[in-house]
Design a binder for this molecule. Structure first.
Ligand code: NAI
Length: 329
């Protein structure tokens, strides 16, 4: 029997993994609500592997503690792995696997949902109507048809998002340092994208090159009244610069499914605490900012695929098969 410690468990994770585990009678999942970090790594004692998620901290310190307990298999139940010290893992014979794709549609559709909500102010309309306020004042949006959307990162999610935008009759331009050859994607330089796009949507991973790809300098280059969407990783945007751009009206609106300092806040009920993060509090106070709690992936299809691929990854590790979804240095 292989014992696996599952961190940062939420009821919806357990539901889909318990269902998938029916196919794997030789595996036992131990669910922990705690996030994985150097302090909580001790909970994995006696396990053969860990399953972790986007806001777990798999820095060298945590990996060292897992390795000390003879755990060398880390199965990320997400696509991104910016929170894992891949160098340390590689140098210490630890294997890190991920779920490269579970539903690009889930994330791309959420991005479009956020854009539609923000632009047509549906979040405000919903609240007004609940108070029998049927006034339309302040709810004016703009047609998406004919507008230019700039997509940063033309991978699986970026491409689905581009298709959705084309369905709306939008003009789609894109930037990616690794453009797809022989595609019909209209690639431009990052500066051209900043200058031309009415709407900018981020669909690239967080790397040292993409960190703060949206900063004060970039915002200055953008069109007045630009709308910014981020469903990728919080640190792609310098949040202070974003607040400044929103305050002076340069940025018309922002939709954020991710936030630079989300790790201790997102996914949790903080309604009884005072948020210490003044930048986040400022963003939440703005009527033209829509924030969701890293929710873009949350569809039944995505959760089912995450459970299926994660269990397959673990099984490949334990049966000595080739690790098709291993992340390497
Ligand atoms: P992907 O790996 O298919 O595509 C990423 C694309 O970004 C690639 O084409 C790559 O060349 C490009 N890229 C790399 N560095 C770049 C840079 N500096 N500037 C512009 N483009 C760059 O990844 P996929 O599946 O499309 O996911 C994209 C991102 O979405 C993930 O890295 C993850 O951070 C985020 N994500 C967010 C979720 C959510 O629930 N909010 C769920 C799943 C993914």
């Amino acid at each position: 029997m292989k014992k696996i410690s599952f961190f940062d468990t939420k009821p919806y994770d357990k539901e889909f993994f318990d269902e998938e585990l029916k196919k794997y009678p030789d595996y036992k999942m131990v669910y922990h609500e705690e996030k994985l970090n150097a302090k909580t790594a001790v909970l994995a004692k006696g396990s053969d592997a860990v399953v972790a998620f986007v806001n777990d901290d798999l820095s060298a310190d945590t990996l060292r503690k897992l390795k000390k307990r003879n755990i060398s298999c880390v199965a990320m139940r997400c696509a991104g792995y910016n929170n894992v010290d891949i160098n340390y893992a590689g140098e210490h014979d630890m294997h890190v696997m991920r779920v490269p794709a579970y539903s690009p549609y889930a994330v791309a559709e959420h991005a479009m949902g956020m854009l539609l909500t923000l632009n047509r102010k549906l979040h405000r309309a919903y609240n007004r109507i609940r108070e029998y306020n049927f006034s339309l004042n302040g709810l004016t949006g703009f047609d998406l048809h004919g507008k230019t959307v700039g997509v940063i990162g033309t991978g699986k999610i970026g491409r689905v998002f581009m298709d959705i935008c084309k369905g709306f009759g939008m003009n789609v331009i894109a930037y990616d340092p690794f453009p797809i050859v022989n595609s019909d994607i209209h690639y431009v330089s990052l500066d051209e994208l900043f200058e031309q796009a009415h709407i900018i949507s981020l669909h690239c991973p967080l790397t040292k090159d993409s960190r703060h790809i949206i900063n004060g300098k970039a915002i200055k280059k953008m069109r007045d009244g630009v709308v910014i969407l981020n469903t990728s990783r919080g640190a792609l945007i310098n949040s202070e610069a974003l607040v400044e751009g929103l305050k002076d009206g340069k940025i018309r609106a922002a939709a954020l499914d991710v936030y630079e300092e989300e790790a201790d806040i997102f996914y949790e009920d903080n309604s009884n605490t005072i948020i210490q993060d003044d930048i986040l509090a400022r963003l939440i106070s703005m009527p033209n900012v829509l924030i969701t709690s890293h929710q873009a992936f949350l569809t039944e299809e995505a959760l089912g695929n995450i459970a299926e691929t994660t269990m397959k990854n673990l099984d490949q590790f334990f049966t000595g098969a080739a690790l098709e979804n291993e992340v390497k240095k």
